[in-house]
Write a protein that binds this ligand. Sequence first.
Ligand SMILES: NC(=O)C1=CN([C@@H]2O[C@H](COP(=O)(O)OP(=O)(O)OC[C@H]3O[C@@H](n4cnc5c(N)ncnc54)[C@H](OP(=O)(O)O)[C@@H]3O)[C@@H](O)[C@H]2O)C=CC1
Ligand SMILES: O=C(O)CCC(=O)C(=O)O
Ligand SMILES: [Mg+2]
Length: 423
Amino acid sequence: MTQAEKITVENGKMNVPNKPIIPFIEGDGTGPDIWAATKRVIEAAVDKAYNGEKQIEWKEIYAGQKSYDKSGEWLPDNTLNTINDYKIAIKGPLTTPVGGGIRSLNVALRQELDLFTCLRPVRYFSGVPSPVKNPEDVDMAIFRENTEDIYAGIEWQKGTDSVKKVIDFLQDEMGVDSIRFPETSGIGIKPVSEEGTKRLVRAAIDYALNEGRQNVTLVHKGNIMKFTEGSFKSWGYEVAEQEYGNKVFTWAEYDRIVEKDGKEAANKAQDEAVAAGKMIVKDAIADIFLQQILTRPKEFDVVATMNLNGDYISDALAAQVGGIGIAPGANINYDTGHAIFEATHGTAPKYAGMDKVNPSSMILSAVLMLEHLGWREAADLITKAMDTTIASKVVTYDFARMMEGAAEVKTSGFGDELIKNMD
Ligand SMILES: NC(=O)C1=CN([C@@H]2O[C@H](COP(=O)(O)OP(=O)(O)OC[C@H]3O[C@@H](n4cnc5c(N)ncnc54)[C@H](OP(=O)(O)O)[C@@H]3O)[C@@H](O)[C@H]2O)C=CC1
Ligand SMILES: O=C(O)CCC(=O)C(=O)O
Ligand SMILES: [Mg+2]
């Protein structure tokens, strides 16, 4: 029997043994339902692809309610240390209360392990019911910065001594006179750094070039938040031009040519760059971008954006290809090789324990994990089974309610169906 071993990373190269130990967090709410189906599907695919030559040994680690009930801790050090040590993990969603209580454990995992990219690929599976006319036009990969922004949760509550101190400082020492209601305001801080932006944009450009994509769009609200979102745009263009100059043509370059030689010259330069096989790096302001991905999604391939924008954009795009039930994700540090794979959606608490929700988001996150491990044969088996199963209209409630002639199955039943359709 093959000995189970840790995945290691040496000189930036990941070594995956035939029997890697992979930690998992079951998650809160519907997490246990979707994890049970996901685990069975992964095991069946690996078994089928490698005839027992490869196998995953699962190692349960704890976070969220299950952890709190067990040890009184929401996110024990042991969980962080284990992921740090074993490099790759997969998790179900974890609850974050609104307006008080603990801060997001999901965000804490990303920050503590410095998983600076949240990669969320969004593509259409034929037959999935969608609210738009041409959902197949959506094929985008979102690179969401995962450690900074207003999402970092640096904020002070209204009426506390701390918020008073911050407001006094802003008014007395920084000359701020635009806090509309200082006595009743809470305050949040939005850190966005050059370092954080550049490593994220670098990851997005590398991905786009490797995947042969045509463009990367930097999405920001830099007209309003000039030194955070606006700087994200400038630093993004900087990294594109300084590090990928011979492989990309940027809209910053386009604008410089317009200024110097006019629009015709800029259009000509862009056409020549595209003809020479260069990839376009462009940008869009976040509000209009949300309209454009709906009206002309074909124009966007890879999206690089900040944390909060990325959160909104990923749920919005998921809706276009059939909803959050089929939206996978991965939190990755491309420098250290650490990664946690997780669905885009949350705990969907009203369905907890009902064996009802769609496990596809978590299963497709597992596909990303298998691809990350280099186990493409197993990943492809699952993706193909997903195609076949959806085409046969055997689906969970979320798709069944929008699909004519569907046979509704439970979470576990959808897992069974995928396993049956693996060939
Ligand atoms: N990474 C993570 O762990 C995340 C955690 N969360 C947390 O999850 C909790 C609940 O968040 P909430 O805003 O309700 O968002 P959720 O994503 O949990 O659920 C919202 C709705 O989306 C649909 N949905 C979600 N998951 C599925 C699925 N697997 N299959 C089919 N439909 C699904 C359901 O729609 P319908 O009602 O129409 O059937 C559900 O009611 C919060 O505490 C939040 O902070 C949120 C996002 C990510
Ligand atoms: O951490 C949470 O509870 C929400 C996170 C979230 O919505 C996301 O990462 O997409
Ligand atoms: Mg979200």
